[in-house]
Design a protein around this ligand. Structure first.
Ligand code: BMX
Ligand code: ZN
Length: 323
């Protein structure tokens, strides 16, 4: 029986670790996910990732697939040559310094490539998704954190010391709220899922809403982004205001990037992208209003096409053209 070529990728997220195998045409052969349990810290998480890596390779061997390397995407800045996490916010406790690359290489005895999680999302979207064929693109994901990736001339820009594209930590207000990175007014401090929810809760404390009570079953403290979008769709004023504000903050951040890079397309991923076309059109309007006119004339702002699979798919592609 002849072996078929396949790619293997793992995407470490703030909430879950997604992983799978896929064919060169992008079709998924196998995928699964497990809770990250980020609060338990770096050591248990690295154990989990190592076990997942072995599980993936075992699965590939069972199916007689030829996998030439493993790719991993992780939050934080990653030295792409060594696979070490060289910069990270405390979103995953103690993650900075984790030697993902060498640990997995030793365990699997095969090449392993590691990169920032949103860099891998961008690679997948560029190959199989919303940005296929684009030369100049920006990818932003809004979830536990706000992550970013920059593509110029069809190439991912990792920057001089592998820390480029940290869009979430661009400040839009030097007197703004504290960010987990230690600075003030970062986009992430305004627009991460938790920051959005906190703004909504604060507003609800002052203006209690019957609709929110119904949607959350009385548990406003456990409000989710999904519930916030539901409330906005039902016409709730607070929900609509919070989302309009979020679109404006994000719009200002993205407009700064548009002025710098004049991209052809901006891809928006993460939970917020699933909030519906209304949010995306509010965001587009904000970017177009804030950015330099000639830079937005042909700009497209679109939802990521590969959803939750983008991270592990892009990770699987990391070893291409690397020696
Ligand atoms: C944070 C930062 C980025 C990451 C982004 C999205 C860390 C640990 N993370 O800004 O590197 O790309 O979050 O991460 O420094 P996610 O957890 O939302 O997937
Ligand atoms: Zn920050």
């Amino acid at each position: 029986m002849s072996t078929k070529r396949a790619f293997a990728g793992i995407d470490i997220g703030g909430t879950s670790v997604k992983f799978g195998l896929f064919s060169p045409d992008g079709s998924i052969i196998y995928k699964e996910q497990k809770p990250t349990l980020a609060e338990k810290g770096a050591v248990p998480l690295m154990h989990l990732v190592s076990n997942i890596a072995e599980q993936l390779m075992y699965h590939a061997a069972e199916d007689e697939l030829e996998v030439r390397w493993l790719g991993v995407g992780t939050p934080g800045a990653v030295n792409f040559k060594t696979g070490r996490v060289i910069g990270a916010t405390p979103n995953i406790a103690g993650w900075q310094g984790t030697e993902i690359g060498s640990t997995l290489k030793e365990r699997l005895n095969m090449p392993v490539w590691v990169d920032n999680d949103v860099n891998t999302v961008a690679l997948a979207e560029l190959r199989y998704g919303a940005a296929s064929g684009a030369l100049t693109a920006i990818c932003v994901t809004i979830g536990t954190g706000i992550g970013g990736a920059v593509i110029i001339d069809g190439q991912l820009q990792r920057g001089h010391s592998y820390s480029g594209g940290e869009i979430g930590h661009m400040s839009i207000n030097f007197e703004g709220p504290d960010c987990k990175c230690g600075r003030k007014g970062c986009l992430e401090a305004y627009c991460s899922s938790q920051a959005i929810i906190n703004r909504a809760k604060k507003s609800l404390e002052q203006n209690p809403s019957q609709l929110f009570n119904e949607i959350t079953g009385g548990l406003i403290d456990k409000l989710t982004i999904k519930q916030l979008f539901t409330a906005a769709k039902k016409g709730d004023k607070i929900a609509s205001e919070v989302l309009a504000e979020t679109a404006l903050y994000l719009g200002i951040g993205l407009a700064n990037l548009v002025n710098l890079l004049n991209p052809e397309i901006i891809i928006i991923g993460g939970g917020i992208a699933d909030g519906g076309p209304e949010f995306l059109s509010k965001l587009s309007a904000a970017v177009k209003e804030q950015a330099f006119g000639s830079a937005v004339k042909e700009l497209k702002i679109v939802k990521a096409a590969l959803g939750n699979d983008a991270g592990f798919i892009g990770a699987g592609l990391l070893g291409e053209n690397q020696h």
